[in-house]
Design a protein around this ligand. Structure first.
Ligand code: NDP
Length: 340
């Protein structure tokens, strides 16, 4: 059983050498009535929050995505898998599932809380992205937290990624004016030509982010979907409209910093009556069926497209994860571990 072991807590940017691939043995059988399952992992999801779990922390938290990894043990993350044996009444051999697994070829999961996959007519890798955790984040973050209205002006940072590409397409379906930023020409082309954004820019080539936003939004921004934080947030605050909304989904530019960057323009929140609200994907998991009813038809009818960046083989998982922080991924970063 090949495993990706988390070696030790990380400071600064994560490196491939913070993880190592090792082989151990695992029993593929569970005792009846044990409430455990053994799954064969098919796809592993690389997600930015995993960096937060690589930092040593003595802060108490109930949020599973913030509990530090255990040095010497495999990483954990969302994945798509097939049940190979089950002692749990809700799961049977052959079931396809998505949920929290360990970064290894086969995982023993005690007291599993896994979603069963009932629709396998779409690519199974989608359950790490558009039909999984990033999908529900984009859906709840946009439709619920942003309170969008037709015609509003929407800006999305890290816009070509797992979450951003969806938020932009949802906003276009609602009739909003949508602009995204990303870190390469290839990604900017995707935003404009594949995802149908009205405009897009490469933030790495803009020496003045405030000017870039004024160029794209001469009348200001109604909705900002925040994925990046730091300097981008600061420039956005100068360009928000009265009663604008900011969905604080993540701030990836801050995850590798020892000291978070200061935000200087916060006072704009007061005068412009801006509502800035954080969201956590887990809060919306109880609404998963409602989410699927809404988004699965978009996938089947190709009203929403989804770009994935699939690394082949578990050996490539450390590089794939680290690549999120240099923008190496183009679209949702997935690791393909095995075939069904
Ligand atoms: P992505 O697929 O967008 O991958 C991360 C991207 O972030 C990179 O490709 C890179 O794109 C960009 N990036 C990396 N470092 C920086 C930086 N210093 N400054 C600006 N951009 C950077 O990731 P996701 O879509 O999965 O996640 C996007 C955000 O949403 C993250 O902040 C994540 O933590 C958050 N999130 C929050 C959830 C929640 O429950 N609250 C759930 C899921 C995600 P580029 O080339 O454009 O720079």
């Amino acid at each position: 059983n090949k495993q990706v072991i988390f070696k030790n807590f990380v400071e600064g940017f994560p490196k491939e050498s913070d993880m190592e691939v090792k082989t151990s043995s695992i029993s593929l059988k569970v005792e009846e009535g044990s409430n455990a399952v053994v799954v064969k992992n098919l796809y592993l999801s690389c997600d930015p929050y995993m960096r937060i779990r690589m930092t040593q922390s003595d802060q108490e938290t109930d949020d599973p995505e913030f509990i530090p990894f255990t040095p010497g043990s495999p990483l954990e993350g969302f994945g798509v898998a097939k049940v190979v044996d089950s002692g749990h009444p809700n799961y049977k051999k052959g079931d396809l599932i998505w949920g929290m697994v360990k970064w290894e070829e086969y995982s023993l999961i005690e007291n599993p809380q896994l979603f069963k996959i009932h629709h396998a007519d779409v690519p199974l890798s989608h359950y790490t992205g558009i039909l999984g955790m990033p999908g529900i984040t984009a859906w709840a973050g946009f439709y619920e937290v942003c309170s969008p209205k037709k015609g509003e002006k929407v800006y999305i940072s890290a816009a070509s990624g797992a979450v951003g590409q969806l938020v932009g397409q949802f906003a276009k379906l609602m009739g909003c004016y949508v602009v995204g930023s990303a870190g390469s020409k290839e990604k900017v082309d995707l935003l404009k030509n594949k995802f149908g954004f009205d405009d897009a820019f490469n933030y790495k080539e803009e020496h003045d982010l405030d000017a870039a936003l004024k160029r794209c939004f001469p009348e200001g921004i109604d909705i900002y979907f925040e994925n990046v934080g730091g300097k981008i947030l600061d420039a956005v605050l100068l360009n928000m409209r009265l009663r604008g909304r900011i969905a604080a989904c993540g701030m990836i530019s801050q995850y590798n910093l020892h000291q978070p960057e200061g935000v200087h323009n916060l006072m704009n929140i007061v005068g412009k009556r801006i509502r800035m609200e954080g969201l956590m994907a887990f809060d919306y998991f109880p609404q998963y069926e409602k989410f699927l009813d809404a988004v699965l038809p978009f996938v089947r009818e190709k009203k929403v497209v989804y770009v994935e960046d699939i690394a082949e083989g578990i050996e490539g998982a450390p590089a794939a994860l680290v690549g999120l922080f240099s923008g190496r991924n183009v679209g949702k970063q997935v690791v393909a571990v095995a075939k069904e």
